[in-house]
Design a protein around this ligand. Sequence first.
Ligand code: PMP
Length: 443
Amino acid sequence: MNIPAHTNSLEAYWLPFTANRHFKKAPRLLARAEGMYYWNHRGEQLIDGCAGLFTSALGHCRPEIAAAVADQLGILDFSPPFQFANPLAFELAAMVAEITPEGLNHVFFTGGGSESVETAMKIALAWHRVRGQSQRQRFVGRERAYHGVNFGGVSIGGMVKNRESYGIGLPGVAHMRHTWLDENRFLPGQGPAGAELAEDLQRIVDLHGADQIAACFVEPIAGSTGVLVPPQGYLQRLREICDAHGILLVFDEVICGFGRTGAAFGAQSFGVTPDIITMAKALTNGAVPMGAVAVKDEIYDAVTGAVPEGGIELFHGYTYSAHPAACAAGIATQRIYREERTFEGAAALAPRFLDRVFALRDLDAVTDIRGYGLLAGIDLAPAQEAGRPKPGARGYAVLQAAYEAGLVVRVTMDTVILAPALVAEDAHLDEIVDKLRRVIAAS
Ligand code: PMP
């Protein structure tokens, strides 16, 4: 298999989050996939260390999901989602509501994680407005948070690179500190002293006024910025502060959702129930783009009850909200999760995964390892150039060398992220970690 014959140039495609010019000199193409493996355009097999992009929890190309999507496209390929609905949307929403924490029983569909975040921000504002609190317009995010790439999400997010080219973003956003602490290096699971870090939210409340803040957004585990596991008591304390001041607590579970932490959602793994959960990725096993926002009953009831019969309650939605093909993929995916007890399998596999990953700490280049469930981040010492660190260079070299060695991983700056499919077997974990060990050792 080669680069498609109808083009003799790679120039037309502008790749997202990619060094385009460098990439096009030696493209890394993934042409086919099955289970835990990809095959590139040269026909070489690569093991998938990141379940697609945290999407493909059941492995790639599950026949049941492919068949459900293909069938659906022959039955109903599209239906307008405003003022009409396709029957599958109700079925999938009910399946999702069944596995969310108690009380979050209403589901709004979007086209992906970034749209879910924007939707959650708007729902938060709409909820305060219908309760006569339209002055609550501020949001709280966190350093080293990733909430997608649209303007709201970039503004509450805390990734410097994602923000610096685009000006000031949304006004009225305050950031808490991230939760990575130097003294917790190589500590498996949750570190201590979370409640202390969560006091940042109280400080922001004190500074801006308790009645000014609409919502506080956190990923239960910050995934894309290197797998920052919440310290003990952290999420609990955020919940208490939000409750004390009428602030909505939003968990962005785009990565954590659907079994990654060993339960359906991080909310359940960490024992804290937010008011809103954003999700995407493994909702459809990544087979068709789709995101969702689950909200508490009080929020749905208040917002939808606020207008007279026939009036539109939330002026928000996407052409591709609840697309029939995405719903079909979602239903087939959720059915497999249930029937195969995938999340329980992930919980059982997690300690064996983390043991293997933490064994990499003996490598000189590895400066920290963090992990929880089937998610791990491995920090590498930055490469040096003329006696100065060159952040990101070693990570990029590892990404390339891993590809050449038959391993696909996610790299953010000098951190390697592993997130194997929830259905991985021990031999797959060995293959992923052994290959990564060799690549890091040679880097
Ligand atoms: N929120 C979180 C926590 C994410 O990890 C991501 C994607 N990695 C997003 C939002 C954005 O999702 P998408 O790329 O589907 O827009």
